[in-house]
Design a protein around this ligand. Sequence first.
Ligand code: DC
Length: 212
Amino acid sequence: MIIAIDGPAASGKGTLGKRLAHHYGYRHLDTGVIYRAVAHALIQAGADLRDEAAAVAVALELDPEKFGNPVLKTQQIGEAASVVSAIPRVREVLVNFQRQFAADPPGAVLDGRDIGTVICPDADVKIFVVADPKVRARRRTMEARSRGEEADEAAVLADIIARDERDQNRPIAPLKPAADAYLLDNSQLDIEGGVRAAIDIIEAVRAGRPRT
Ligand code: DC
């Protein structure tokens, strides 16, 4: 089974994806980390984030062993990843890696922006996670502070709004729900509540119950 989770920055889709993968015994891929790794490698090489040739070269050489680097989680790298991910050739290069990950047994949960629309259009279940931007900014700020980083909530909110705008309006693979995605608004839910709501959706789909 393939579960596709899409949604905007800081909507909680990463935590949800991880928890769902654990629940079902599947593998989990946070696809944002791939774009973050490309952005980080470009910055380290001193290249421009819009330099297509350099970005493609880096994307071709990606090493999944480095996906755990904590620096990839920072707001600066997230913003840079949003820029890099708008380059069509970079996305093309990364499609196969993601599809291969999805196809390997026993099943997989992938979270990102275009999983249900582009990477796995035949996913068994598609969930589009949304949350109020202010709620997302609050959560992201708390998360950064818990890692010992300084975070100004107003600046985080501005970053989230700018990234939503860029991710939704790019010409290739824009952030948008697939026609057959289930919407999950977790503005008022804590992590457990979001996980329960997602499991309810998945179980309803597996049981062939009509969507509510
Ligand atoms: O989910 P995230 O914050 O880690 O993603 C970082 C950036 O990467 C995001 O702003 C857009 C891009 N991204 C993408 O274009 N497609 C994906 N499937 C995942 C992330």
